[in-house]
Structure formats: C-alpha cells, structure tokens
Design a protein around this ligand. Sequence first.
Ligand code: ADP
Ligand code: MG
Length: 160
Amino acid sequence: MDKYEKVKKIGEGSFGKAILVKSKEDGHQYVIKEINISGMSSKERQESRKEVAVLANMSHPNIVQYKESFEEGGCLYIVMDYCEGGDLFKRINSQKGLLFSEAQILDWFVQICLALKHIHDRKILHRDIKSQNIFLKKDGTVQLGDFGIARVLNRYVQGV
Ligand code: ADP
Ligand code: MG
C-alpha cells in the first residue's frame, strides 16, 4: 500500500472497502478493493484470489481495467482503473425520475453486451450484473466491474 496515497473511501460492501487512491509512481488515480482475507477459510481465500485471476486476465474497453494486486497484513488488495463517473445505479438515481434518451440507453446497452460477449467467449459467468456493478468513465464509456462472485465454467477452454 505504500505505493499509493489514500484519497477517500468510495464504497463499502460485504467484502470490505473500495478506496480511491493516487499512485505515487504515475500520479494517476486508481480504485483499490481491500478484502480482509485473514478471517476466511482457505476455500474462501481461494475464491477471493479467483476474482483477481479472472479480472487480471481480461483486457477490454468495456471491462474495468485491472492494474495489479497484492496481499498485505491479512488483506487482499486489487488495484484497478478509477471510473470517474461512478456507478450506473448512482447515475440513474441522480436523474431524479428524468428519463434518459433512447440513444443513451442503447449506447450503454450495446457496450455492456460487448463486455458480456468478451467474458462469455472465455467461459466466464459474471453472475452479478446490475447497475451498481456497471461503471462510467468520463468519456461516456461504460465498463463492467465487480467480478467478486464470477465463475469460470471450464478453465481449459479459456482463451478460445
Ligand atoms: P461490492 O459490490 O462487492 O461491494 P464493488 O466492486 O461493486 O464491490 O464496489 C463497490 C462500490 O464501490 C461500487 O458500487 C462503486 O460505487 C464503487 N467502485 C468500485 N470500483 C470502482 C471503480 N473502479 N471506479 C469507481 N467506483 C468504483
Ligand atoms: Mg458490486
């Protein structure tokens, strides 16, 4: 964690925390998911490490970009790009009932379909697709994130 400076906490879930940080190396902002694995059984620990493995193997414009991961002081840290627009759930609520244009919805929908095609081609099931797990970049791109409960159907056909 000494490579990163904490900016603020941006999310809290059953897993732990999502923290906005600034890298001391490149000056960019990233999000770090901090998962306390010390109290977990070894099976649960393996599950958490799997989230890292799934994300680390993916690179697609509509999937949150993984940077690195490390374990320190009983916690697993997953570093990923920061999506400045936050999640789609918050974006929808901030509209206060005002409808999005059909073009806007279609644009987001197509981007999520592209992300899903990418992961399904790799036999990965996300299993938690919802607006809280869809993130907005400042250029209008949307990205699928939170592979916390994803499943790999058959590792041997990965990459086909
Ligand atoms: P979980 O759902 O397991 O708590 P998430 O990865 O969905 O974990 O993160 C929780 C929340 O933190 C998200 O809904 C979002 O508000 C925020 N968040 C997580 N990752 C990012 C990111 N890369 N960019 C911006 N916000 C994020
Ligand atoms: Mg989530």
